[in-house]
Write a protein that binds this ligand. Structure first.
Ligand SMILES: Nc1ncnc2c1ncn2[C@@H]1O[C@H](COP(=O)(O)OP(=O)(O)OP(=O)(O)O)[C@@H](O)[C@H]1O
Length: 310
C-alpha cells in the first residue's frame, strides 16, 4: 500500500518579486519549493521580512507570483481567476495576526462570522444562517450572546476566536494562520494554540502556521520550514529542526528562545548568524541530509552537515 501522505499544497520554484527590475526590487520569495501534506500543521518560521506573509498571501492568490507554480489538491491554482478563484477561497482561508485590525469594527460578530456564509450562499434562510453562527461560536468557545456584540467589546484572545470562527464558516480544508498569537498576551497564547490544534483534529484541517520564532511553532507543527531573505533554508520534522538543526540561521533562531528555567536561561548563549553564507554567490540546492530533513547547501557544505549529524 502507498503510505506516502497526500500533498494538499505544492509550491514549485515559486518566485515573487516586488518592484521587479527597479532599484527597489525585493525578492520576497526567491525560488521556494515545498509541499504541505493533507492533515498536517506546517510551521513557517523566520524573522520579520523573511517572506513568510508573502508566501501565505501568494498561496491565497492575494499576490500574483513572478514565476513558479502553486498546486492545491493537485490542481494548478497559480493563475486562478473569477469563479474558480472564489471556489478556491472557500477551501483555503486565512487567520490574521491582529484580530483588532482584521475584524470590521462596525459589524456585529454575527455578521463578521457569516460573511463567508453569505458570499458563498451556504445558508438557505436567516434561521439557518443564525444556527450556523451559533454553532461556530460554540466551536471556538464563545457563547450565543456574543453574536450581537461588536469586536471592541472583546479581549484580544476572544477576537482571535472570532477570526477563527469566521475562517471556519465556509468549512475550509486549509487554513493559513499568519502569526495568529503574536499580538496576544503570553497567558492567552497557549489557549488559542490549543483551540486551533483541537479544531484541526476535529475538522481534519491542514494548517500553514506562520511565526517569527520557533517556540510555539515547535509545539503545534508536524514539520517546520525556516525562511530568511526570501529563501527556504531548512525543512524537516519539528523534532529534527528543533533538536538537530542544520543551518546556522536555524541554530541562531533557536538560540534566541528564552528558557523558562532561570538557571539554564542565565547560561543561554545567543548564536550570532553570519549571513555571508547567503551572499557569497555560490549555487545552493535543498539537499536531504537525513530522511525528510533538508538544508540549502553547496556540495561541500553537504559533507559538513552530514558529518555534524554523526
Ligand atoms: N506590497 C509590498 N511591496 C513591496 N515590498 C513588500 C510588499 N510586501 C512585502 N514586501 C517586502 O517583502 C519582504 C518580505 O515581507 P513579508 O511581509 O512577506 O515578510 P514576513 O517574514 O512575513 O515579515 P513579518 O513577520 O514582518 O510580516 C520584505 O522585505 C517586505 O518589506
Amino acid at each position: 500500500m502507498d503510505e506516502t501522505p497526500k500533498k494538499l499544497v505544492e509550491l514549485k520554484d515559486l518566485q515573487l518579486y516586488f518592484n521587479q527590475g527597479k532599484s527597489n526590487e525585493v525578492r520576497a520569495i526567491d525560488h521556494v519549493s515545498f509541499d504541505i501534506y493533507e492533515g498536517e500543521v506546517f510551521g513557517l518560521v523566520g524573522e520579520s521580512g523573511s517572506g513568510k506573509t508573502t508566501i501565505g498571501r501568494a498561496i491565497l492568490k492575494l499576490y500574483e507570483p513572478t514565476a513558479g507554480q502553486i498546486l492545491f489538491d493537485g490542481q494548478d491554482v497559480t493563475h486562478l481567476k473569477h469563479k474558480h478563484l472564489s471556489e478556491f477561497r472557500k477551501d483555503a482561508q486565512m487567520i490574521f495576526q491582529d484580530p483588532q485590525a482584521s475584524l470590521n469594527g462596525r459589524m456585529k460578530v454575527r455578521d463578521i462570522i457569516a460573511e463567508g456564509i453569505d458570499i458563498n450562499k451556504l445558508a438557505k434562510n436567516k434561521a439557518e444562517r443564525d444556527a450556523k453562527v451559533q454553532h461556530l461560536l460554540d466551536l471556538v468557545g464563545l457563547n450565543k450572546d456574543h453574536a450581537t456584540r461588536y469586536p471592541h467589546e472583546f479581549s484580544g484572545g476572544q477576537r482571535q476566536r472570532i477570526g477563527i470562527a469566521r475562517a471556519l464558516a465556509v468549512d475550509p480544508k486549509f487554513i493559513i494562520a499568519d502569526e495568529p498569537i503574536s499580538a496576544l498576551d503570553v497567558s492567552i497564547q497557549a489557549q488559542v494554540v490549543n483551540l486551533m490544534k483541537e479544531l484541526q483534529t476535529e475538522h481534519s484541517l491542514t494548517y500553514l502556521f506562520i511565526a517569527h520564532d520557533l517556540s510555539m511553532v515547535k509545539y503545534i507543527s508536524d514539520r517546520i520550514g525556516v525562511m530568511h531573505w526570501g529563501k527556504l533554508l531548512e525543512i524537516g520534522t519539528a523534532d529534527a529542526v528543533y533538536n538537530h538543526p542544520l543551518h546556522p540561521y536555524t541554530k541562531s533562531l533557536l538560540s534566541a528562545i528564552p528558557v523558562p528555567d532561570p538557571e539554564v536561561e542565565s547560561m543561554r548563549q545567543h548564536i550570532e548568524y553570519d549571513a555571508s553564507i547567503e551572499t557569497d554567490g555560490k549555487e545552493r540546492q535543498m539537499v536531504e541530509i537525513n530522511p525528510g530533513h533538508f538544508v540549502l547547501a553547496t556540495p561541500e557544505e553537504v559533507s559538513v552537515y552530514k558529518n555534524q549529524q554523526k
